[in-house]
Design a protein around this ligand. Structure first.
Ligand code: SAH
Ligand code: SF4
Ligand code: F3S
Length: 434
């Protein structure tokens, strides 16, 4: 009989893809997935360390899992992902219900570590690798419609606030052919959307081929598949890539380009290696080369030494650029990073206040931009039923806006022409055109 695996995933899309790699490896050892932690033989939590709060959530989950383990003494509990890499065996010391710790470059050995646990020992695998890409492992794509496809691993940028280079190690690109084979396989399986993943996709490089070469080749495999990519770094985004997006109908007109701060002084302290002027120039170019492109970003409020003037520069940048959407965070000091050595001197209440100003401003802008889409015609990829109202379906536009569609006769996976009839800051509402 098969053993049962319950796996929860936190953090970024890279972790979602890794969960599918670990699952595939465990299927080979006779595991099958379950949605019920109570009936699992193995519970894995794929974790994120990017901010303190992300880690706190995991400790909360361990409290819940402890109760399950009290009823099922044979249950194996594993922490994998970025927290495993950052904290290593310390997690087991602090939470003895944890049996297994595996970092992002050690998944290939998951079965070996499980055997170690089954023989009564705790197991810890946290070596980072310079070459591991898992490209020979057949990732278990779980959703049937839209796939996460890692094209590289790790990060060499060392933005001063960021833990990722320490939890995921050095940057390495996956071979061009293995990515292309995967896209062809997904095309044969009738996938409708593929998102190419990397911490900094613009520095993809394999045997003379760069990211533009890669994405263009992927887009040609099947023009009916939407191709997306995250994340771009403003210091490396090339005009070649912008033209490539413009020239290929099925590469989506959406750019996620994290700004982090509108103050060039703070950007320098963040080790982002660009100024606001360089960034703004890039946005202008993108909008000329790809008319109608939607642009989203990440913002951090309250980085060490950020003063009122720096904060105003961020507010002005948001106002000037008019992002379609943004992920906005309060600075969270991460031990071991360069910024950790700087004094975390922006008072908590000031961080909260600045973040709320940023969020309010962005919400108004998102609403303004979404209002301008009312009356327009868009192509929407249908992703599922609206859980709040089964008469409606949900999906996304080419430029990554979330749409509620009033019609339950269309099917998941359909790409439908709709007319936008209403909007909020987060959602468009639409009617199908026949
Ligand atoms: N490689 C991607 C994603 C990095 S993590 C990129 O470079 O864009 C996603 C976002 O989390 C970052 O863009 C940043 O805005 C935020 N982030 C990272 N470390 C943080 C920290 N210590 N405190 C607050 N936000 C942080
Ligand atoms: Fe972190 Fe910067 Fe690398 Fe993104 S580019 S993962 S923010 S170090
Ligand atoms: Fe989090 Fe690791 Fe991704 S720290 S954001 S899960 S790379």
């Amino acid at each position: 009989m098969n053993k049962k695996l319950y796996i929860e995933t936190y953090g970024c899309q890279m972790n979602l893809a890794d969960t599918e790699i670990v699952s595939a490896l465990l299927f080979e050892s006779n595991f099958e997935l379950t949605n019920h932690p109570e009936e699992a033989n193995l519970i894995l939590i794929n974790t994120c360390s990017v901010r303190e709060r992300a880690e706190q959530r995991i400790y909360g989950r361990l409290g819940f899992i402890k109760k399950i383990k009290e009823k099922n003494k044979n249950l194996i509990v594993g922490i994998i992902g970025c927290m495993a890499e950052r904290l290593k065996e310390k997690i087991i010391t602090d939470y003895p219900i944890v049996d297994l710790i595996i970092g992002p470059d050690e998944y290939r050995n998951v079965t070996k570590y499980l055997e170690q646990v089954e023989s009564g020992e705790k197991a810890v695998g946290v070596e980072l690798s310079l070459s591991e890409t898992y490209e020979d492992i057949e990732q278990f794509h779980s959703n049937g419609l839209s796939a996460w496809l890692p094209i590289m691993r790790g990060c060499n940028n060392f933005c001063s606030y960021c833990i990722v280079p320490y939890t995921r190690g050095r940057e390495r690109s996956r071979s061009f052919n293995s990515i292309l084979n995967e896209v062809e396989k997904l095309s044969n399986q009738n996938y409708k959307e593929i998102t190419l993943l990397g911490q900094n996709v613009n520095s993809y490089f394999w045997n003379g081929k760069d990211f533009s070469d890669l994405i263009e080749t992927c887009a040609k495999v099947n023009r009916n598949i939407r191709i997306r990519f995250i994340t771009s770094h403003p210091k490396d985004l090339s005009e070649k890539l912008l033209h490539c997006i413009a020239d290929n109908e099925n590469i989506c007109n959406h750019l996620h380009l994290p700004l982090q701060s509108g103050s060039s002084r703070i950007l320098e302290l963040m080790n982002r290696k660009y100024t606001y002027e360089h960034y703004y120039d890039l946005i202008q170019k993108a909008r000329v080369i790809i008319p109608g492109i939607s642009i989203t970003t990440d913002i951090i409020a309250g980085f060490p030494s950020e003063n009122e003037e720096d904060h105003k520069a961020t507010m002005n940048a948001i106002e000037q650029i008019k992002y379609d959407n943004a992920f906005m965070f309060k600075y969270s000091p991460r031990e071991g990073t360069l910024a950790y050595k700087l004094e975390d001197d922006v008072a908590e209440r000031v961080k909260i206040f600045r973040l709320s100003e940023i969020i309010n401003l962005q919400q108004n802008i998102s609403k303004e931009i979404n209002d301008t889409t009312v009356g327009k015609i868009q192509l929407v990829l249908i992703e599922g039923k609206n859980k709040k109202n089964p008469e409606q379906m949900i999906g996304r536009t080419d430029n990554n806006k979330f749409v509620v569609v009033e019609n339950n006769e269309i099917k998941i996976g359909d790409i439908v022409r709709v007319k936008i009839i209403n909007s909020t800051s987060a959602t468009l509402f639409a009617k199908v055109l026949t």
